[in-house]
Design a binder for this molecule. Sequence first.
Ligand code: GLA
Length: 386
Amino acid sequence: MSQLSTRALAGFEERFRREPLGVWRAPGRVNLIGEHTDYNDGFVFPFAIDRSTVVALAPREDRTIQITTSYSEDIVRIALENVSPDAISGWSAYPLGVVWALGEFGADLSAASGFDAHIDSDVPVGAGLSSSAAIECAVAVALNEVWGLGFDDETLARVGQLAENKAVGAPTGIMDQSASVLGHKDAAVFLDCRSLRAEVIPLGFEAAGLVLLVINTLVSHAHATGGYVDRRASCERGAQEMGVPSLRDLEVDDLPRASEVLDPETFKRVRHVITENQRVLDTVRTLRLEGPEAIGGLLTASHASMRDDFEISVPELDVAVQSALYAGAIGARMTGGGFGGAAIALVRTAELRAVSEAVLAAFASHGFERPDLFTVTAADGASRAD
Ligand code: GLA
């Protein structure tokens, strides 16, 4: 049993004075490439990481739900029939949002038992590594089994997204929950966000002597407000003015027309999405044909596009990327929604130390808070843990 599962089990027993039926886990994710393309019906290429959220859970005889977490002393208590987006808030909006969303997807909640659940996690919060999708998917797989719902992985990902959109209030796409549910050891998930067709593609980092370094800037962000919402609106405007259902329907050849039709700012937003979709396709092809050493330039080009065209980077992310590249990383980019969070750098194992030290030194010399540095590997998606 993993250390995290053991901790969740002990946390459950301490709070509820009984044993859970089981422990379920769902990982966070790193997006290798394909940013702000998911809600434009485009392509993404994320992988599930070896950091997870776990939920220890046991059904109850009555219809009460009680949820606790390792992060707070609170017990959230609510009757199953009262769970709705309007009645929930704070951290419990994630797990309870999933309860509600399962009902929206057809689970018969009037026949369901209440439950006690305790949540623990080692996915850093606010780092752009999808700690929220990890909670949603862990609860979704747990209840899918305990309530005998029989939903497939794709539906569970959509349940998590609905919870995030309507209960948490963040208008995010389908990428994070898909990665958390569909992830595979040593592989990334190439997802077409229009058809939801997913292909698992081996990464081969270890065999190529590479590691993926995460640089968590500790600049925190929230997607329910601010820049994320604005960018999404710009994309919708761009698609409408270009006369297409979504930006997925445009290609690099459409850029000259886009520059005539759109205002300069919307054009830049649209150019990011169009070129980023192409970079995802190029990354998948390059990985297959030439191996992971050859994808570095595409990762770095993605960062430049987010910094200059989509304008969602922050100085800390730019310094992380530049200093990692300067010290020998073969590619680097911010990952996730932007405005803070983490950057990733693909690094030769032998150069990991030099790159890490260079990043720390660059942060210190800019007077930035010391970032949190760690490596991640591609892990399996959500499942019963123990
Ligand atoms: C966040 C959202 C995702 C996606 C990314 C940007 O992580 O949750 O749906 O839009 O930002 O690529």
